[in-house]
Write a protein that binds this ligand. Structure first.
Ligand code: CP3
Length: 341
C-alpha cells in the first residue's frame, strides 16, 4: 500500500522532505481521555494490549486527534520476557512487576527464545488491523526494548532507581549475562521481523536504561546486542533511542541504523558532531517543556527546531510524553513543528 504521508520514512533515510515530520514517544496512552475511556472498558493495560482490535484503536487515536506524522503500535517492551516464559503484571500507578525473575544460570532452563509470530500473535494481529485501518495515512512504527533494558527487568523484576541486581550480574556472572542477553537478542530479532512482515514501516529500539551503565559495560553488554539487531533487520529503517547514553554517541554513529534518538540532556550540536552527518537525529525537546503556556511551548519548540535546522531531523520529545500533560500543549508542539520553516 502506497503511503499518503511518508515524511517519517524519507526523513529517516535522509531524503528530501518538505517539512520535518513529528510524532511523540508514548503518544498512544494516558494523555488522551479517549485512551482512558477504552482502557476503562477492559480489566487493565495487559488485556488492552492483548486485544488486537482495541490495541489498533488506541494506536490510531493520536493520528486522528493529534495529527502526528506516524502511528506507533500500542504494546509494551515487556511482551518479550513474557513470550520467553516470564510473564509480567502491570500494577496500577506502580508499573510493571514480574512474579518470577531470573536469578542464575539454572533459571535459563525456565525460558526460551521467543518466536515472534506464534508467541506474540496478538501484537502481529494488532499491526495487521492497524495497517488496514490507517489505509496509508501515515507510517506505522513497530518497536522493541533493547536487550540490556529487557535484561534489567527480567533480573530486577520491576522498575528500580539503580537496577543494582541487574548491574551486579555484569560483574559477578558475565557468562550467564551474555547467554541471557543473546537469548533476548534472538527473540527480539524474531519479533521485529514478524512486526515488519505484518506491516511495520520502521522500527525503534528503546534502551531506556542505557544511562545507568558505565561506558565499557555499555559497549560490551548493550551496544553489542543492539548492533546485532541492526545488522539482522534489513527490511525497514531503524531508530535506536538509548536514554542517557551520552557517553556512547560516537559509537552509535557507527551502528547499522538510519536514526539515533536523542534525549533532552544531549546537546544537539555536540550530538551531530559526535554522531556525524550520515544519521537522522530524532528528538529532543524536554518533555517538561509541555507544562508551559502555549506561548512558552511554541518558543521552546522553535528553539529546538532552530538547533536542528539544516540537518536530518525527526521532531519528538527527549523521552515519552508525561501522562499529566494537557493534550492541547501536545498540539501546540506538533503545530509549531509543522509550521516551522
Ligand atoms: O509509545 C507509545 O505510545 C506506544 C506504546 C508504548 C507503551 N510502552 C505503552 C504503555 C511503548 C513504546 C512503551 C515502551 C516502554 N515500556 C518502555 C520504553 C520507553 C520508555 O518510556 O523509556 C519502557 C521502559 C516500558 C516499561 C513500562 N511500561 C513501564 C515502566 C510502565 C509503567 C510506567 C508508565 O510509563 O506508564 C509501562 C506501562 C505502560 N506502557 C503504559 C502504556 C500506555 C501505561 C499503562 C496504563 O495504561 O496504565
Amino acid at each position: 500500500m502506497q503511503l499518503k504521508n511518508d515524511l517519517l520514512l524519507r526523513a529517516a533515510k535522509g531524503e528530501k522532505v518538505e517539512r520535518t515530520p513529528v510524532w511523540l514517544m508514548r503518544q498512544a496512552g494516558r494523555i488522551l481521555p479517549e485512551y482512558r475511556a477504552v482502557r476503562e472498558s477492559v480489566s487493565g493495560f495487559i488485556e488492552l494490549a492483548q486485544t488486537p482490535e482495541l490495541a489498533a484503536e488506541v494506536t490510531i487515536q493520536p493520528v486522528d486527534i493529534l495529527d502526528v506524522d506516524a502511528a506507533i503500535i500500542f504494546s509494551d517492551i515487556l511482551v518479550i520476557p513474557e513470550a520467553m516464559g516470564l510473564p509480567y503484571e502491570m500494577v496500577e500507578k506502580r508499573g510493571p512487576w514480574f512474579p518470577e525473575t531470573i536469578k542464575s544460570e539454572a533459571d535459563l532452563k525456565k525460558i526460551r527464545i521467543a518466536d515472534g509470530v506464534d508467541d506474540l500473535n496478538y501484537v502481529i494481529d494488532a499491526i495487521k488491523i492497524t495497517k488496514k485501518a490507517l489505509n496509508g495515512r501515515v507510517p506505522l512504527i513497530g518497536f522493541a526494548g533493547a536487550p540490556w533494558t529487557i535484561f534489567a527487568y527480567m533480573i530486577e523484576g520491576s522498575g528500580s532507581k539503580t537496577f543494582s541486581k541487574a548491574r551486579a550480574m555484569l560483574y559477578t556472572q558475565q557468562k550467564f549475562s551474555h547467554r541471557l542477553l543473546k537469548m533476548i537478542t534472538d527473540s527480539t530479532i524474531n519479533y521485529l521481523k514478524a512486526q515488519i512482515a505484518a506491516g511495520a514501516d520502521l522500527i525503534q529500539i528503546f534502551d531506556s536504561w542505557a544511562g545507568i551503565l558505565p561506558p565499557d559495560h555499555y559497549q560490551e553488554f548493550s551496544l553489542k546486542y543492539i548492533s546485532q539487531i541492526c545488522d539482522a533487520i534489513t527490511e525497514v529503517p531503524k531508530t535506536v533511542f538509548a536514554k542517557g547514553a551520552f557517553f556512547a554517541r560516537k559509537e552509535m554513529g557507527a551502528l547499522n541504523c538510519e536514526t539515533i534518538g536523542l534525549d533532552w540532556n544531549m546537546g544537539i550540536a555536540e550530538s551531530r558532531e559526535l554522531i556525524g552527518d550520515l544519521k537522522t537525529l530524532q528528538g529532543n525537546l524536554d518533555p517538561a517543556a509541555l507544562y508551559g503556556s502555549p506561548k512558552e511551548v511554541e518558543a521552546a519548540t522553535k528553539r529546538m527546531m532552530d538547533q536542528f535546522k539544516g540537518s536530518r531531523h525527526i521532531a519528538n520529545l527527549g523521552h515519552g510524553v508525561y501522562p499529566d500533560i494537557d493534550p492541547e500543549m501536545v498540539k501546540v508542539f506538533i503545530e509549531t513543528v509543522k509550521n516551522y520553516r
